[in-house]
Write a protein that binds this ligand. Structure first.
Ligand code: 6GU
Length: 276
């Protein structure tokens, strides 16, 4: 990361700060089909990615591509409605950029959501999984390159990449609401092809419970920045070879639609319960 990249970050942050009159405490990244949560945000300002200087712009359908900054359950939040994926052809610096912007805006905590394929055979389609660790099988790392010490350390610790404290909060909230949750290891793959059955068996043997094409770069960046992270996967389908049927993006969309109310209720409860 060069000094000019720092200047670009600062320019983006200043642009956004000029439009808001409070500091967001909590950042949210909403995955495919889960962007509806942003509709629950009040007193909000929406800023299209394309409008923000130096921001990458989103291409995938079903991704609105904007920051939504406002209040959710009384908390000040900055939300990415639509995220950037490595498989879209963005380089890692484009994927990490918004995370750094949200941190520089004031967010000390990050809640990241995604849709994922189930690798653990005990899981069912429609389950929500708290991520307690990840496997980075994307073939790269978002922090490769010169380190900008203002942003974080050269060799960031990843021993609690997903905050145990936030996991405990999420479990308590789910319990109060009578929602059942899974807990497990998220495996990040580059995509865009889904895994082969052999790859899914490999992931399973390595300890992965779910597999997807996002989250890992953002979580590494957030840890680098010293943010506390909570990750939630919506198991939209079982990974290849687990069930007899082929995988389809349509199934992913369909399941997220079904899980939406449960997901919104959980995340809202968590946002409310997270202490400042
Ligand atoms: Cl099965 N694999 C990957 N890589 N991403 C997914 C998925 C599977 N299901 C939803 N997203």
């Amino acid at each position: 990361m060069s000094q000019s990249r720092m200047d670009e970050l600062q320019e983006s942050v200043n642009y956004i700060k000029n439009k808001i009159d409070f500091e967001p405490q909590l950042a949210l990244i909403l995955g495919s089909g889960l962007g509806v949560l942003a509709e629950e945000i009040t007193d909000k300002i929406e800023i299209s990615y394309g409008e923000i200087p130096n921001f990458p712009t989103s291409t995938v359908e079903g991704h609105a591509g904007q920051l939504v900054i406002g209040k959710l359950e009384g908390r000040k939040v900055v939300t990415m409605q639509g995220r950037f994926h490595y498989y879209e052809g963005y380089d890692m610096s484009a994927i990490t950029f918004p995370v750094r912007v949200m941190k520089l805006l004031g967010a000390e905590k990050l809640v990241v959501t995604n849709s994922a394929g189930g690798v653990n055979r005990n899981f069912n389609v429609g389950d929500l999984m708290l991520i307690n660790d990840h496997l980075n099988l994307m073939g790269t790392n978002p922090l490769i390159g010169s380190n900008q010490d203002e942003l974080g350390p050269r060799f960031p610790d990843m021993s609690e990449a997903y905050s145990n404290q936030l996991i405990t909060v999420a479990e308590r909230v789910a319990d109060d609401k009578g929602l059942s949750l899974r807990k497990g290891v998220y495996t990040g793959m580059s995509g865009p092809s889904y895994e082969t059955p052999a790859e899914v068996r490999m992931i399973n043997q390595l300890g992965g419970d779910a597999v997807g094409m996002s989250t890992v770069p953002e979580v590494i960046t957030a840890n680098h920045a010293g943010m506390e992270v909570l990750g939630i996967s919506c198991i939209t389908n079982m990974a290849a070879g687990i069930l007899a049927e082929p995988l389809s993006h349509d199934e992913v969309i369909e399941t997220t639609q079904k899980v939406k109310p449960k997901f919104i209720s959980l995340v809202e409860g968590i946002v409310k319960a997270i202490s400042n």
